[in-house]
Ligand binder design. Structure first.
Ligand SMILES: NC(=O)c1ccc[n+]([C@@H]2O[C@H](COP(=O)([O-])OP(=O)(O)OC[C@H]3O[C@@H](n4cnc5c(N)ncnc54)[C@H](OP(=O)(O)O)[C@@H]3O)[C@@H](O)[C@H]2O)c1
Length: 283
């Protein structure tokens, strides 16, 4: 229940491991400041960092973890296998490369960043992930930006190939103007934890009247309304900010609740991505 969540709350994944319900995103955060802003996030109470090989900042994320004074087991650290390293062999190398770059013995989560490259590349990458999980290189595994047709393909592969593995996490652009009901239903039916990226719409929808009204009503900011919507949908939002006051603001979302009426006011049937949308890939 979202009403009883706090910053330390966690969701249990199909792997049996747990994930903190709020993440800290570092896409487009320059490597030179990642350690400093991630340490700020840890100070505020975040325990979950979302990086990727493609963000070129796995290393300073790892340094922040090391220099945080926190036990490694208290932090949840994600990376992603990028489109350039799809396929069994390349993905295996990419996983070892990311571990080395980040100075980690394991990741908590490795995701396939996008479903690019065709079926063989996708299933080969999955096989590499399952092997990495068995070898203790990552605790949980999942996908990002997979459309329902990619998810069906993966589920069938898992069943028929003998390779196994379970989808622990699905990461997607999700906010009121891109609620993706078909994908969310597919995932939640299978207990796959749904992570919401660009949960603040990259700031593009912050001026929407409905957000301004709800912000006033709850004495919160439009960004906090968006993050609360995400939590109450059962998602794990991954807000990004390099601004200390916003890092705090985006974590201060556990002391109020949107009513059913508020959630209805935020309901749209729109399909308006603010960033890339690989879910529609047909390769
Ligand atoms: N799997 C994928 O394909 C994928 C794709 C995109 C993102 N992601 C992940 O999701 C994370 C978040 O997504 P995102 O970076 O695209 O977008 P976002 O979190 O929706 O928005 C970040 C932008 O909003 C600003 N901002 C932060 N807090 C705010 C607030 N309270 N009010 C108004 N504006 C605020 C930030 O500015 P300042 O930084 O200047 O404060 C930044 O410009 C990424 O960092 C990454 O970890 C994954």
């Amino acid at each position: 229940m979202a009403s009883s969540l706090n910053i330390q709350s966690k969701y249990k994944m199909n792997s049996g491991y747990e994930m903190p319900v709020l993440g800290y995103g570092v896409y487009q955060t320059p490597a030179s400041i990642v350690e400093e802003v991630t340490l700020k996030a840890f100070q505020v109470g975040y325990r979950h960092v979302d990086s990727a090989k493609a963000y070129r900042n796995e290393k300073p994320c790892g340094q922040a973890i090391k220099n945080s004074g926190l036990d490694r087991s208290e932090i949840f650290f994600t990376t992603k296998i990028g489109p350039k390293t799809m396929g069994y062999e390349k993905a295996k190398e990419a996983i070892d490369g990311s571990l080395q770059e980040a100075g980690q013995e394991y990741f908590d989560l490795i995701l396939i960043h996008a479903p690019y490259g065709g079926k063989q590349a996708r299933t080969g990458t999955w096989r590499a992930l399952v092997e990495a999980q068995k070898a203790g290189k990552t605790r949980s595994i999942g996908v990002s930006n997979y459309g329902v047709h990619h998810l069906d393909e993966l589920e069938q592969y898992i069943k028929e190939s003998g390779v196994g593995g379970s989808i622990d996490v699905g990461q997607y652009e999700l906010h009121p103007w891109l609620p993706r009901p078909d994908i969310v239903e597919w995932l939640q039916k299978r207990n796959v934890v749904v992570q919401a990226y660009s949960p603040l719409t990259r700031g593009q929808r912050i001026e929407e009247p409905v957000l301004q009204d709800l912000a006033k009503k709850h004495n919160k900011t439009p960004g906090q309304i968006l993050l609360r919507w995400s939590l109450q949908k059962g998602f794990v939002p991954l807000p990004k900010s390099v601004t200390p006051s916003r890092i705090e603001e985006n974590a201060d979302i556990f002391d109020f609740q949107l009513s059913d009426e508020d959630m209805k006011a935020l309901h749209t049937e729109e399909y308006s991505p603010v960033t890339w949308d690989p879910t529609v890939d047909r390769s």
